[in-house]
Design a binder for this molecule. Structure first.
Ligand SMILES: C[S@@+](CC[C@H](N)C(=O)[O-])C[C@H]1O[C@@H](n2cnc3c(N)ncnc32)[C@H](O)[C@@H]1O
Length: 222
């Protein structure tokens, strides 16, 4: 895992928003063109992990891809993202979907406006590796999770992916620019963050090999 700088909160927020707001209008085309198979694997890997009675929080929902996919399977889902532009795209898709159990909010993953224990499940897909403070996002997600609830993360682990995958990532960076923050997680470090946040790992599964994408399931003790 690469060392993270420690910017002021305002600076950190601005830096996190800047890259994602810039890519927001093309984000879904980007996913469709290059990451469709990976996203299919992520969705398949998450199948059966939510319940129809669940109230779910999707941290760093982006354009709402995962939230809108999960919505028909749960009671309600809230998707939060720090980028207004990402949420604007998500809102447009929500309107077109006709779904009535989804709420999108512009919020910071490190400081959520929800009471302790509000959610049955927290999900976070393709985001922890892009965050300035992934541990803080996990701790905050844990705070709003009810006792016995589950945190399901799907995260790129470039620390386990090898030089060729890293080279391919560099090509994306040349094409689209560089997010200000990036962690080259190893899966064991990723699991360690959930344990550090006080969660018990109940599952860890590789959803994609090149690059490595790991789904970690972690439960809040009852
Ligand atoms: C690669 S996108 C993934 C979006 C979505 N989860 C998906 O799988 O399509 C990463 C997202 O993390 C969001 N993000 C980064 N830092 C954040 C923070 N501190 N709080 C909330 N969202 C954040 C970005 O705005 C961006 O939408």
């Amino acid at each position: 895992m690469s060392a993270q700088p420690t910017p002021t909160d305002e600076r950190r927020k601005r830096d996190e928003v800047m890259f994602w707001s810039k890519v927001a209008p093309q984000y879904d085309d980007w996913v469709s063109a290059a990451f469709m198979e990976q996203y299919k694997a992520f969705k398949a890997g998450m199948e059966g992990l939510v319940d129809e009675n669940d109230l779910v929080l999707d941290i760093a929902t982006g354009t709402g891809n995962i939230a809108l996919h999960i919505a028909p399977k749960v009671s309600a889902i809230v998707g939060i993202d720090i980028s207004e532009d990402m949420i604007a795209v998500a809102e447009g898709k929500l309107e077109a979907s006709g779904l009535e159990n989804v709420t999108f909010l512009v919020e910071d993953a490190y400081n959520l406006p929800f009471a302790d224990g509000s959610f049955d499940r927290v999900v976070c897909v393709n985001a922890l590796q892009t965050m300035a403070r992934p541990l803080q996002a996990i701790k905050e997600g844990t705070r709003v999770l009810r006792d016995g609830g589950e945190f399901i993360s799907v995260t790129y682990a470039y620390g386990d992916s090898g030089a060729i995958e890293y080279l391919k990532l560099s090509r994306w960076v040349i094409k689209y620019g560089r997010p200000k923050y990036w962690s080259n997680f190893k899966t064991k470090d990723l699991r360690g963050l959930f344990e550090e946040a006080g969660l018990e790992i109940v599952g860890s599964k590789r959803l994609w090999d090149k690059p490595v994408v790991e789904m970690v399931r972690a439960r809040k003790p009852s």
